[in-house]
Design a protein around this ligand. Structure first.
Ligand code: CP3
Length: 344
């Protein structure tokens, strides 16, 4: 839509440092299994990954929560694990268990992999289709996994409780692990540039396992690669805001914000918003951080939690979001309750 630039988009406004009242809102994993219209399309198309590579279906799923709730941001429907696949690993989802990648890279050796970057093309087609249909006030968000988080899956070949295989490899053979991280950085920068060229207006870097690293390892594998992505995007696609979401890093948040240079910081539900507000630069836009379980519970608990977060961030640019993805058993009426409270 050529004339999108003529419209105000509150989410982009906040990402550029403005304060908006009420705060713009979107929810991580807002397209997904808590929506009956998602479950219906998934059953018809036969699985999550098939949906990710079907631009008509993926665009429809991206738009479902926008139609239903009018969120301020639409996040591309895809997954962080398409990058390992483009780097040459096989990817599938075991029902009831989660992702599997093969071969595992327990020693970090990628020499057997044949990268296939062209397989990402349908995802950019999804972006173009969404942008063509998006209400003009809604911001189109792209995303990628951060290198450390993506590497934890590539090394172990699956999700792990404490990221033990990748942490072990990083100590045992830092040079091999560095090569893996560098390959993910390069693929991720190209991938995000292509999302931007297709119409994405801001991007989020998901570092879901950033909290599992000892301090020196955190600098090496979280700070350095995220900063590399930020710097490359700034130079190749200037003006596109970058949201960092380093889940679980606690008191390392101010260092992460300063040293990666992200434009905005997503914070998880374990962070005290009053502490975060005091610890972070006053002009830094913050996104978050409602406990997904408070949304499952609804009622007074939800109302109290929402009021506390809004009060804590009352003086800074704030994007309302969850502290992590929406849970599958979240009642739709509770999402409606949340939006009514925010928009009252
Ligand atoms: O926020 C969004 O709605 C955008 C789409 C998105 C998905 N996954 C869709 C998805 C995003 C941004 C992700 C990120 C992602 N994927 C992360 C980082 C953020 C986080 O949640 O910690 C991680 C670690 C993954 C890897 C992944 N994908 C796992 C571990 C799983 C299985 C767990 C599960 O919930 O079943 C997925 C599957 C997945 N990704 C689903 C969705 C909607 C569920 C698919 C389905 O079963 O229909």
């Amino acid at each position: 839509m050529e004339n999108r630039h003529a419209f105000d988009r509150p989410l982009l406004g906040v990402l550029s440092g403005e304060r908006r009242d009420p705060p713009p809102v979107w929810l991580m994993r807002q397209a997904g299994r808590y929506l009956p219209e998602y479950r219906a399309l998934r059953a018809e198309k036969g699985g999550f990954l098939a949906l990710c590579y079907d631009p008509v279906a993926a665009a429809e799923i991206t738009l479902q929560p926008i139609r239903r709730f009018g969120f301020d941001g639409a996040i591309l429907f895809s997954d962080i694990l398409v990058i390992p696949q483009a780097l040459g690993q096989d990817l599938w989802f075991e029902t009831g268990e989660g992702p599997r990648l093969a071969p595992q890279l327990l020693d970090g050796d990628m020499s057997a992999l044949s990268p296939e970057p062209a397989m990402l093309a349908p995802i950019f087609e999804t972006v173009r289709r969404v942008v063509a249909e998006l209400p003009p006030h809604t911001t189109m968000l792209g995303f990628a996994g951060s290198p450390w988080t993506v590497a934890t899956y590539m090394v172990a070949g699956q999700g792990t409780k404490d990221q033990n295989p990748a942490r072990r490899l990083a100590y045992r053979d830092p040079a091999a692990f560095r090569r893996l991280i560098d390959a993910i950085v390069a693929a991720t920068v190209d991938y995000l540039c292509d999302q931007i060229d297709a119409g994405v207006e801001a991007v989020q870097l998901f570092d879901s396992w950033a909290g599992s690293l000892a301090p020196e390892e955190f600098k090496r594998w979280v700070i350095v690669p995220n900063r590399a992505i930020v710097e490359a995007l700034r130079s190749r696609r200037p003006g596109i805001p970058i949201i960092g979401f380093p889940k679980g890093i606690g008191e390392k948040l101010p260092v992460y914000a300063r040293e990666t240079g992200v434009d905005a910081l997503g914070i998880d539900e374990t962070m005290d918003p009053v502490w975060a507000d005091g610890a972070l630069p006053a002009s830094l836009p913050v996104q978050g951080n409602l406990d997904p379980l408070a949304l499952v519970a609804g009622g007074d608990g939800l109302a109290t939690a929402v009021a506390g977060i809004r009060a804590a961030f009352a003086k800074r640019p704030h994007i309302f979001n969850l502290g992590h993805g929406i849970l599958q058993d979240t009642p739709i009426s509770h999402v409606e309750q949340l939006l009514a409270m925010l928009r009252a």
